[in-house]
Design a protein around this ligand. Structure first.
Ligand code: PEP
Length: 251
């Protein structure tokens, strides 16, 4: 099965109703005027999901940035995967490094969230990535293998799961992994998935790169054989930049 590139924007905690709607409309217009060749997704903050869902056409999908593992209950401030689906989402990011670092989420918690996403019919974008200290200690591939083993549900399939490799030191810093380094880690992720989930799941599952991807570096990263798209933070807040990255992916 050919892997359709996925370009996903993670708006993080940015956007009020007026500017969020304007950004979503600009991206949706750009997405619908393109011939396809890549799937496009935006993940605005939870407060904007409902209004933005009403603005999107067929060419742009909607996702959440996180979900709770439970479907409902006494979890003040949280949002379930079912609620995201109800708001119009088809994807959810789980295990972003900002959640792992600032909210103490470990691999077991991330896996439970990915399983919740599947229960609600959402595609889980499972994030993994090493810190600068782990990279400097030569532990990158071991850390990634451990995160894949612990975070990707055993029942994950290409249709319901995407893995995003996001080196923590590259997120929001302007630093980017070289295309060759990113490819090495992506090939490692695919090999780990082949061992844990079987060759055909690994072959079909999309692997995204995230970490200061922008129009200037997207084409070289996306040309790597095991990089099937991008998870984009800062550059997803500017419609022309996000659309330029999508153009690089569609080539
Ligand atoms: C992210 O947070 O997922 C991300 C990749 O951010 P940025 O593109 O800003 O590095």
């Amino acid at each position: 099965m050919p892997r359709t590139p996925l370009i996903a924007g993670n708006w993080k905690m940015n956007g009020l109703s007026a500017d969020g709607a304007a950004l979503a409309e600009a991206v949706a217009a750009g997405a619908s005027s393109r011939a396809g060749g890549c799937e496009m997704l935006i993940c605005p903050p939870a407060t904007l999901l409902h209004p933005i869902a009403a603005l999107l056409g067929e060419a742009l999908k909607l996702g959440g940035q996180d979900c709770h593992a439970a479907a409902s209950g006494a979890h003040t401030g949280d949002c379930s995967a079912e609620m995201l689906a109800d708001a119009g989402c088809s994807y959810v990011i789980v295990g972003h490094s900002e959640r792992r670092q600032h909210h103490g989420e470990d691999d077991a918690a991330v896996r439970a969230k990915a399983e919740a996403a599947h229960r609600a019919g959402l595609v889980a974008i499972v994030c993994v990535g090493e810190t600068r200290a782990e990279r400097d200690a030569g532990e990158t591939l071991a850390v990634i293998a451990r995160q894949i083993a612990g975070s990707v549900p055993p029942g994950a399939r290409a249709a319901d799961s995407v893995v995003a490799y996001e080196p923590v030191w590259a997120i929001g810093t302007g630093l980017t992994a070289t295309p060759a380094d990113a490819q090495t880690v992506h090939a490692h992720i695919r090999a780990e998935l082949a061992r844990s989930h079987g060759a055909s799941v690994a072959e079909d599952m999309r692997l995204l790169y995230g970490g200061s991807m922008k129009p200037e570096n997207a084409a070289d990263l996306l040309a790597q054989p095991d990089i099937d798209g991008g998870l984009i933070g800062g550059a997803s807040l500017k419609a022309p930049d996000f659309l330029a990255i999508a153009d690089a992916a569609a080539r």
